[in-house]
Ligand binder design. Structure first.
Ligand code: 7TS
Length: 423
């Protein structure tokens, strides 16, 4: 596998698209077949959460109608069935990200909890005064604050990898920051606010040379192209089910086995123990050591169904379709007077972030909503990045496999109307 296909999205535009049928995909998503404020819904908030295909909704419903029970209790048929489905979902995730073994797939509530788990458990055990954790200037708050919390406890320091005006991470500056005090590099694979794809494979190689560990926050990458944690050689990879057409409340932490084995538990409770006694408690094996309490069983099964759905797509054609939507939207955006694109990195997924001279992003968002267009406005949980750009926020349209060129037309027609009302 080439470096580019490991680190970055494969060059989908260069692939011959066999006519990706977004209309057919759309039909799989019941929620898209509705009107909002008297207009057919145009859903362009996919970076916040993706919609769910019928197959995912049915898998969750089937589970509650037929199999609902607690897992790993083994006392009766329902429990056996629930456990089998729950563990089959874990295997699907392991295969999907090419993990060595399902034991390295830890269920969490989402990306946020996965990063908190690593920061608290790995960070608490491995960081000390004088150590450094590097995060980029374009991180989501969930990949900043957990490190600040553990830094405060341990005396470690959080340093920031710079990002330039176009929203491109400064790889040279990153290389120059690396020294033996850097213990952890925690970066997103794709920025949620800008859509920038970061050169994580190169960063992992560089970080490993100084003995640092690398966590890749894959929340915004996972739906766009196949991820291979072994080819990346990352130490940890995190993502949320709900950004991969799966349910909310379920997410994944992948970790290198020897690191997970050595890490102390994150939460205590049922399931994560081997034996409990007031004289001393021993902990369960992986992955259960990190899964205290009754897990989101239906969520895991729903995520497994989402992975089946994604595996049924032509992913190269899907990525080419998203790229084409972004290129079409970008061309239209450049024709809008007073519109400034925020995030123009060369390597991007289909996220169009922009501001309009003289109009507040939230006013634009409200006027778009009145026309049935769902976009996100605000700081996108990336306040340090907004501070760098001296912006209160942006308007963000983020595209997915079920969006069409007509959706882009509707977006810009609505924006034109909003401009007329605001300016
Ligand atoms: N990391 C990145 C890069 C994200 O985009 C998000 C969520 C998270 C972490 C946190 O994920 P969670 O599932 O645990 O909440 N991003 C967004 C967004 O852009 N708009 O709403 C949520």
């Amino acid at each position: 596998m080439s470096e580019a296909s490991v680190s970055n999205r494969p060059d989908a535009a260069a692939a011959i698209s066999t006519g990706f049928d977004a209309e057919r995909i759309r039909a799989d998503f019941p929620i898209l077949q509705q009107q909002v404020n008297g207009q057919p819904l145009v859903y362009l908030d996919n970076a916040a959460t993706t919609q769910k295909p019928r197959a995912v909704i049915d898998a969750i419903s089937d589970y509650y109608c037929h199999d609902n029970s607690n897992v790993h209790r083994g006392a009766h048929a329902l429990s056996d069935r629930a456990t089998a489905k729950f563990e089959a979902a874990r295997q699907k995730v392991a295969d999907f990200v090419h993990a060595q073994a399902p034991a390295q797939i830890i269920w969490t509530r989402g990306t946020t909890e996965a990063i908190n788990l690593v920061a608290a458990s790995w960070g608490g055990a491995n960081l000390q005064a004088g150590d450094r954790v590097l995060v980029s200037a374009m991180e989501h708050h969930s990949n900043i604050v957990p490190w600040q919390i553990v830094a405060e406890k341990t005396g470690a320091r959080v340093d920031v990898i710079p990002v330039d005006e176009t929203g491109t991470l400064d790889l040279q500056a990153f290389a120059a920051m690396l020294d033996e005090h850097v213990r952890m590099v925690s970066v997103n694979h794709v920025s949620n606010a800008l859509g920038t794809v970061n050169p994580v494979a190169e960063m992992i190689t560089l970080a490993h040379k100084v003995g640092a560990r690398v966590l890749v926050d894959g929340a915004q990458a996972i739906s766009h192209w196949p991820i291979d944690v072994q080819a990346l050689d990352c130490d940890f990879y995190t993502f949320s089910g709900h950004k991969l057409f799966g349910p909310t409340g379920i997410g994944v932490l992948y970790g290198r086995r020897e690191l997970l084995d050595a890490m102390p538990p994150y939460q205590g409770g049922g399931e994560m123990i081997e034996t409990v006694s007031f004289a001393g408690t021993t902990y369960n094996q992986l992955p259960y050591k990190f899964e205290a309490g009754t897990p989101d069983i239906a969520g895991a099964i729903g995520l497994g169904a989402a992975i089946d759905y994604v595996n049924g797509l032509d992913r190269v054609a899907a990525a080419a379709h998203e790229d084409a939507l972004l290129a079409y939207a970008r061309d239209k955006a450049l024709q809008v007077p007073g519109l400034r694109l925020i995030g123009t990195a060369a390597n991007k997924v289909a996220v169009l972030s922009f501001v309009l001279d003289g109009a507040h992003p939230s006013d634009i968002g409200m006027l778009m909503d009145q026309q049935g267009i769902a976009v996100r406005t605000g700081h996108h949980c990336a306040q340090p990045l907004m501070e760098q750009y001296q912006l209160p926020g942006t308007v963000r349209a983020s595209f997915s496999i079920y969006n069409t060129f007509e959706d882009v037309d509707r977006l810009f027609a609505a924006l034109d109307k909003a401009r007329g009302m605001l300016l």
